[in-house]
Design a protein around this ligand. Structure first.
Ligand code: DUC
Ligand code: ZN
Ligand code: ZN
Length: 474
């Protein structure tokens, strides 16, 4: 009779605070013991010489999010979560997006239908609030937060999603009263529209002009405004996909004021630059059109600094999967279109963790503990999943990655998403997940996935520990 369902032996275990050599005992999908020379397991994995980290929690990815015709996301919950598992991510939190005029509840119900029976790893939902009507503010949002949808994203740009400042103050007040985390996409919509029209009038519509229409100034201004609105309401916010120096400076300033401003960055701001959007009229740059756009080498260093020194709270993929050579993707209706009409986003669910382990930890830029904090622990804390997810403690779900240190070249053909490219094609890495475990089951063994559609469980979220309720009047 075995003591455990699974024992991982000789792990070099990493949490957000420590590294220690241990065996990890798993029963019924949970970590039940961490110690030396544990008893026997029905299954045993020898991790000698290898790091074992908590499974990744990707707190910002888009899967099967509805779009107007002809655009369609390449990944649904089936392919998206398969891809996540093979890259060491064991929990995803994509977005139930409210269309203007739609009830928030209807958006959440619809999203459950899209995920159910398909997700291969555990998942929770953020909401996107695009239409904060009195019913949404006073009935739907409070009720949904109390039911375990405790985070939502708001946009300061995109015509179909953006909120004005008064609307932002209204939703932030609800976040404060009910204890929810508000994620903010900070870019100034009017500046982008004005610049886009000028570029179009000059015939400058190739993909690379996407970055000319969204200079850092538009991100800096909106980041500052979002910080001010958060300060006015006295509620934390999490500024998502921070791209470079100017937004970073605003966030550093806010932190210096003692404000609870959290920040996220993503692989594209470490490994891509505006040059990846193409030269002259090349259309292939459409593959890297995302918002905010990648900046330049010096800004990549600013982002690395923020990852190393604690400025950033989370490192997410912002996986937004559109095929390149496809009428539903980067060539809408089968045509090469002006940059305004290129769907924004790049794939990255599977490459997020290996990129940061290889180029961050193994290259000596961040510690293993900081890696864990950025890719797993803090997302679990920011979105109400901690300590069930995001750590290697007794009672936590046995979600883990055992890292293989080996040289490899990223090829789209080795990835499991349904996108026809990766922005990181041919990049050299020195590590990849050798084993991914979800609730004690091996779902990726370094070459094969074994996580059927439907095995992923929906997670309701607690009040985020980084955004506790405040009941006092302002
Ligand atoms: N920008 C977003 O805000 N979301 C999806 C992808 C992108 O580029
Ligand atoms: Zn965004
Ligand atoms: Zn996004």
């Amino acid at each position: 009779m075995s003591d455990f369902d699974l024992v991982i032996r000789n792990a070099r275990a990493v949490t957000a605070s420590d590294i220690f050599l241990c065996d990890i005992g798993v029963r019924d999908g949970l970590i039940v013991q961490v110690g030396q020379s544990l008893g026997t397991g029905k299954c045993e994995i020898d991790a000698a010489g290898r790091y074992v980290t908590p499974g990744g929690v990707d707190g910002h990815c888009h899967l099967d999010q509805p779009h107007a015709e002809p655009i369609r996301m390449a990944d649904d919950f089936d392919t998206g979560t398969l891809s996540a598992a093979c890259g060491g991510t064991t929990t995803v939190i994509p977005f139930a997006a409210q269309a203007k005029g739609q009830s928030l509840r209807a958006a959440v119900d619809d999203y459950h239908k899209r995920a159910g029976g398909k997700a291969r790893i555990d998942y929770a939902f953020h909401m996107i609030v695009s239409d904060p009507t009195p019913t949404v503010l006073h009935e739907e949002l409070p009720a949904l937060i109390q039911e375990g949808y405790t985070s939502f994203k708001i946009y300061m740009t995109y015509d179909d999603l953006k909120l004005d400042d008064g609307q932002i103050l209204d939703v932030l007040s609800v976040a404060r009263e009910y204890g929810a985390m508000c994620m903010v996409h900070a870019e100034n919509a009017d500046c982008i529209e004005w610049l886009t029209r000028k570029l179009e009038a000059a015939g400058r519509v190739a993909p690379r002009f996407h970055s000319h229409a969204r200079p850092m100034l538009v991100e800096r201004e909106a980041t500052h405004r979002a910080i001010a609105l958060s300060e006015l309401v006295d509620v934390p916010i999490l500024v998502v996909h921070v791209s470079g120096r100017e937004a970073v400076e605003q966030i550093r300033w806010a932190r210096g004021q003692g404000l609870n401003i959290y920040a996220e960055t993503c692989p594209q701001y470490l490994f891509l630059t505006a040059e990846d959007l193409g030269i002259d009229d090349q259309y292939e740059g459409a593959k890297c059109v995302c918002s905010p756009p990648p900046r330049d080498k010096s800004n990549q260093q600013v982002i690395w600094n923020g990852l190393a020194d604690g400025l950033f709270t989370v490192f997410s993929s912002d996986h937004a999967p559109y095929k390149y050579d496809d009428a539903a993707g980067k060539k809408p209706g089968g045509k090469e279109v002006a940059f305004r009409h290129i769907p924004n986003g790049i794939p990255g669910l599977e490459t997020r963790m290996p990129l940061l382990w290889s180029e961050g930890v193994m290259a000596g830029r961040i510690t293993p503990q900081r890696f864990v904090e950025l890719t797993s622990t803090n997302a679990a804390k920011a979105y109400g999943l901690y300590p069930r997810k995001g750590t290697l403690s007794i009672g936590a779900d046995a979600d883990m990655v055992i890292w293989d240190e080996r040289d490899l070249e990223i090829r789209n053909s080795m990835l499991h998403h349904a996108v026809d490219y990766t922005p990181y094609e041919s990049m050299h890495l020195s590590a990849w997940p050798g084993v991914t475990l979800s609730r004690g089951e091996v779902i990726w063994d370094g070459s094969q996935a074994s996580c059927p559609p439907g095995r992923g469980k929906f997670l309701t979220c607690d009040t985020p520990s980084l955004a506790p309720r405040k009941l006092m009047e302002i």
